[in-house]
Design a binder for this molecule. Structure first.
Ligand code: BTN
Length: 325
């Protein structure tokens, strides 16, 4: 019943009286009230006034099982999903599910993570109710060495999704999404593999959607879709857009097209190209100018020693003048 009432309130942009709702669904005023309370508990902002009735307010930040089920328009990515109010890390849960024979496309999504993981052993912090933290289980039929390209494909798909929403997003190799010089999305791809075979891959994506401000050292580096556009985005729409784009890219990528098929598109929106960079890994630091992306998705750096290709997962790339991008 609560979902029927929700749909009615969604259709009406003005107040609907309890009497009217009761009449439409043939239920008592107190049953209306009980269902409205349940919707409020689910996070819907419903204003109730004695004379006018109920009004569904801003729904931009509502994220729950019902919204996910009813708004995803993908073919299969995320059609099976698990939604958590709180979890250690959606990547960790996705791995647990994958070990438990989860199928390709399973979406793990959480309102908050107690141990969100970032690249290179960093942690990923993200405040609840405003942002998106999710992971997708994949069972790709390619070699473990191709996973480097997959990490770039995830970034390219996410960036493309943002651009279709009118957001001027760019890529910082391998897969950070940058808007006006600051990072709005973090992507962490993890795999379990044998020598010639991937058992499963987990693609974890954290998107700063409606975060209003960042403080401390993050202020210079991090941003959100809201901060850059001044508009609040419906989280469910952003999730759907990103999953739809990723699904398209992934289908092409795994249909033997490989990264080379996407290379030009990637290079066009990659901010590192043409810049003086330093690539820092545990073993060494490479200085040079980023001149392109290889057919496998490595960053090609040119310096006095010639051209060197660096592989994602091992290095962090910064500009030589110390700036982030
Ligand atoms: C980065 O360091 O840029 C990568 C951050 C990845 C964060 C996401 S949030 C959803 C998923 N679960 C995690 O624990 N991490 C990824």
């Amino acid at each position: 019943m609560k979902y029927k009432i929700l749909e009615l309130l969604k259709k009406n942009n003005s107040f609907v009286s309890g009497e009217e709702i009761g009449r439409v669904f043939n239920i008592s005023r107190s049953a209306v009230w009980k269902n409205i309370s349940k919707l409020k508990q689910m996070g819907y902002d419903i204003v109730s006034t004695t004379n006018k009735g109920y009004l569904l307010n801003n729904t931009v930040n509502v994220l729950n099982e019902y919204e996910i089920k009813n708004n995803l328009t993908t073919k299969y990515m995320g059609k099976n999903f698990l939604f958590f109010k709180e979890i250690d890390s959606t990547n960790e849960e996705a791995k647990r599910q994958a070990q438990n024979f989860a199928e390709e496309g399973l979406l793990i999504i959480a309102e908050s993570q107690t141990k969100g993981k970032g690249r290179l052993g960093n942690s990923w912090l993200c405040s609840e109710n405003l942002n998106l933290s999710f992971s997708i289980v994949l069972k790709p039929n390619f070699l473990p060495s191709d996973i480097t390209s997959l990490t770039l494909i995830v970034g390219l798909a996410t960036c493309t999704a943002f651009r279709t929403l009118g957001i001027p997003a760019f890529l910082k190799w391998p897969n950070d999404i940058i808007i006006n010089g600051k990072k709005a999305v973090g992507i962490l791809v993890e795999i379990s593999c044998e020598v010639e075979r991937i058992n499963y891959a987990v693609v974890g994506i954290g998107i700063n959607v409606n975060e209003k401000a960042f403080f401390g050292e993050l202020e210079q580096k991090a941003t959100s879709l809201f901060i850059e556009t001044g508009a609040e985005f419906r989280r469910i729409d952003v999730l759907n857009k990103v999953l739809c784009e990723f699904e398209k890219f992934y289908i092409d990528f795994t249909a033997d097209k490989g990264f080379v098929y996407f290379k030009d598109e990637y290079e066009k929106i990659c901010l590192n190209i043409g810049k003086k960079v330093k690539a820092v890994s545990k073993q060494k630091i490479i200085f040079g100018t980023a001149v392109g992306i290889s057919d496998k998705g490595e960053l090609i750096i040119k310096n006095d020693d010639g051209k060197v290709s660096v592989v994602s997962g091992e290095v962090s790339v910064r500009l030589q003048d110390g700036k982030y991008i």
